[in-house]
Design a protein around this ligand. Structure first.
Ligand code: SF4
Length: 465
């Protein structure tokens, strides 16, 4: 299973304190990052930041939320794709520039951090988000006499950032949502019943706080919200949109909508297509919970093979890939999933999962299903082989760790110990989204990178295409 993106949320209310609202928004986005959580709020004069390592409910209690005063604010749940899991790297990042206080939450990965660090004369910045905050602070300082402050600074500095960034930002009096010109990571706008506004990584987070979905923040758009309502700017030259295709496959909640499509419906369709491309004689279709469930249902519906639960997820254990070391990952799978031998024993099982990245988790799953008594295990994956590193917000920048970069399909099947293995084709995956022409990044599956990648990452990777 792939690593994760971060979750961002922002709120501007006309009638109420927003700390609880942001808390519940982050709660809905917990699946996007479980290493740290943070909230910054403002009462119009003072910005207060509270952040710590841990899950949202571990970081915040009532006294912490009570201390976050004000009617506007931003929040962040973090999964590290750059920099380690430390308090200092938790977000929102904050800077005080004269009388202006700014805070920033970032989902994505910049690809020109070396150049930015050199331009800022910063020898060492621990994260790309920190570099953004620093660049922004200096731009605010330069334009201190202009009341537009944060807005003006962003117009100047944002075009120097390359790569993936869906950001929420704030100063004392406004919140901002900003998406990179490709729109790698999602961001949407919702309205509150009191006339206020929220910005969130996923539409499911709007539902949870009682906000109505208004629209997606467009790729390359900067949306500024204050007492006058939302204002839209476009600081970047226009390029073809490239939303991360893995948002549809795996990252996003199934109850989220992107490009106007239900993620659940798209995953169900991926399963149907998977069955068309890789049918098999079997007794039961079993999902790898939870992200494999809609695709397994689609596979069962298309094949007529009964769908059943064969693995139970312990919902109170964090998703296993969150732990950064291999040792912890290996421990994690046992904590997370347990087989139901009664539904597997003696059966020919179609085991449906969304992806295979490193292969270590899948190998354990296959052997777990076999040990529980399955007669055959036919692995079906609702995405193509993951062959290329991601530099846009997923922790797969080391190509050597990707099993499909090293082995062919038959070798992978053998390595995983499955009786057969079938991956969904890229064409079928794109069609299953229902919006194939909307513009997607498919780089990890196709090797076609929509935006420049860092030269230090793997200087040979583009030559091997
Ligand atoms: S390379 Fe893959 S995971 Fe990364 S943004 Fe593109 S589609 Fe998403």
């Amino acid at each position: 299973m792939p690593g994760e993106a971060c979750g961002v949320f922002a709120a501007y209310s006309t009638t109420q304190r927003v700390s609880h609202l942001i808390y519940f928004g982050l709660f809905a986005l917990q699946h996007r990052g479980q290493e740290s959580a943070g909230i910054a709020t403002s009462d119009g004069e003072t910005v207060t930041v509270f952040k710590d390592l841990g899950l949202v409910p571990q970081v915040f209690d009532e006294p912490a939320l009570a201390g976050l005063d004000g009617h506007l604010g931003i929040g962040h749940t973090r999964y590290s794709t750059m920099g380690s899991t430390t308090w200092a790297n938790a977000q929102p990042a904050h800077r005080q520039v004269g009388s202006t206080s700014v805070a920033l939450g970032h989902n994505g990965n910049l690809t020109n951090t070396a150049e930015l660090a050199a331009a800022l004369g910063v020898s060492e910045a621990t994260t790309d988000s920190d570099l953004m905050a620093e660049g922004l602070a200096r731009a605010i300082d330069d334009g201190r006499s202009d009341a537009r402050g944060l807005e003006l600074a962003l117009m100047g500095v944002a075009p120097t950032w390359q790569g993936a960034f869906s950001l929420v930002l704030m100063d004392q009096g406004r919140i901002v949502g900003l998406r990179d010109p490709h729109g790698f990571r999602p961001l949407c706008l919702g309205s509150l019943p009191d006339g206020g506004w929220v910005i969130a990584s996923e539409s499911a987070a709007l539902d949870l706080v009682g906000a109505r979905f208004v629209r997606e923040v467009a790729a390359g758009e900067m949306l500024v919200i204050d007492a006058g309502g939302p204002r839209s700017y476009h600081p970047f030259p226009e390029v073809k949109p490239g939303l991360c295709l893995f948002e549809f496959v795996y990252f996003a909640r199934p109850d989220t909508h992107m490009y106007g499509r239900s993620i659940h419906a798209a995953r169900h369709e991926m399963g149907r297509r998977l069955c068309e491309e890789h049918p098999v004689d079997a007794d039961v279709v079993v999902p790898v919970p939870e992200s494999g469930i809609p695709a397994a249902q689609g596979y069962a519906a298309a094949s007529g093979i009964p769908y059943t639960d064969g693995l139970v997820k312990n919902r109170y254990v964090g998703r296993t890939f969150i732990e950064p070391t291999q040792l912890l990952r290996d421990q994690g799978i046992r904590l997370k999933l347990n087989p139901i031998p009664e539904t597997l024993r003696g059966r020919r099982v179609v085991l449906v999962d969304d992806s295979i990245v490193r292969g270590s988790t899948t190998k354990k799953l296959v052997s777990m299903v076999r040990e529980a008594g399955a007669a055959e295990v036919h692995l079906r994956i609702s995405s193509p082989p993951y062959r290329w590193p991601c530099f846009y917000g997923m922790d797969t920048s080391d190509r050597d760790t990707l099993i499909a970069a090293r082995l062919g399909i038959e070798e992978i099947r053998h390595h995983l110990g499955a009786d057969s293995l079938g991956y969904l084709s890229l064409e079928a995956l794109l069609e299953a989204t229902g919006v194939a022409d909307a513009g997607f990044c498919t780089a990890c599956l196709s090797g076609r990178y929509p935006a420049e990648v860092p030269v230090t990452a793997d200087k040979f990777q583009l030559e091997r295409r």
